[in-house]
Design a protein around this ligand. Structure first.
Ligand code: NAP
Length: 280
């Protein structure tokens, strides 16, 4: 293996330390509320990790756990209360939501200035038009990793595999804002391997275990694997065949320990940014 491994745990730890130091000098505690509806076990782990990380950097953080039977109207009322609460700087409604609740309605109900997930249509529009706003945490984390790895962005050919609102689309917007030449590929793309081989920076956000093979990756490319897939034998793998890609790419993120830790660190960063913007 010749590739440099981009250590997301270390980059995330440094970012969290920096946030904790900034919070210590504020004179107030940024407030984060995570709303969880129902008992989805994976969501439970995410929510606990977010709460713990927020406490560690000195935030006033709490989880609001609502039963799986919560109606859309009840959840919207809860969001409205948090929107109106001056002690709350950041609101995160953990997805997925139970089927009786329309996620897009809830996402659009969060006050844009408290939307620390960066999913509100206003924040998505600000990102798409190159204006400052709250940015989705996972792609924001990828940009931190590229910076930490010293990857030169202006003019670089970047290919993003996946076009979800949570990862692929905002990822492409951030790379574009950093002056990359960006291509988005997806399930209807003709000749995916050929498109990927053109990438100097390849970001995979697909949700298909090890779909991106070694011969899809250009010599010396930087490979960012956003995918988190649990195999039947319990192993966690990304969307990239790690060993194959690492044999000839320049740098690569591992799974776990790559993009994953950055997502929570960027949630903390968004909450601090939201608190500073809202409280002047
Ligand atoms: P998603 O909403 O399911 O979107 C997947 C995207 O991949 C879609 O745009 C889809 O294309 C595309 N795709 C699916 N199959 C494809 C194929 N065979 N060829 C080419 N493109 C294909 O998933 P997501 O929320 O973006 O998440 C993607 C992955 O990232 C998942 O593994 C998820 O667990 C992981 N993730 C990780 C973090 C983290 O913190 N590290 C955070 C969020 C997500 P179409 O649009 O054409 O259907």
């Amino acid at each position: 293996m010749t590739a440099t491994i981009i250590d997301g745990k270390a980059v995330a730890a440094a970012l969290r330390q920096d946030i904790a130091a900034r919070v210590a000098g504020l004179g107030f505690r940024p407030g984060l509320r995570v709303v969880r509806v129902g008992e989805d076990p994976a969501s439970g782990v995410y929510v606990r990790n977010k709460d713990k990380a927020a406490q560690q950097v000195g935030f006033d953080s709490a989880t609001i756990a609502l039963p799986a039977s919560t109606t859309e109207a009840e959840l919207l009322e809860q969001v409205a209360r948090l929107n109106a609460d001056p002690a709350v700087d950041g609101i995160l409604v953990q997805l997925p939501l139970p089927p009786q609740i329309r996620a897009d309605r809830v996402v659009a109900a969060v006050a844009p200035e408290k939307d620390v997930d960066g999913f509100h249509p206003l924040n998505a529009g600000l990102l798409a038009s190159g204006q400052p706003g709250l940015t989705p945490c996972t792609p924001k984390g990828v940009m931190h990793l590229l910076k930490a790895a010293g990857v030169a962005l202006p003019g670089a050919r970047a290919v993003v595999v996946g076009r979800s609102n949570i990862v692929g689309r905002p990822m492409a917007q951030l790379l574009l804002a950093a002056d990359c030449t960006v291509t988005i590929v997806h399930s209807r793309t003709r000749d995916l391997p050929a498109e990927c081989r053109r990438a100097e920076i390849l970001v995979a956000a697909v949700g298909r275990p090890e779909m991106v093979r070694g011969d899809w990756v250009a010599e010396g490319a930087t490979v960012i694997d956003v995918g988190i897939n649990r195999l039947p034998d319990g192993r966690l793998v990304g969307d990239v065949a790690f060993a194959e890609a690492a044999a000839h790419c320049g740098a690569i993120t591992p799974v776990p320990g790559g993009v994953g830790p950055m997502t929570i660190a960027c949630l903390l960063e968004n909450t601090l940014d939201a608190a500073l913007a809202r409280r002047g």
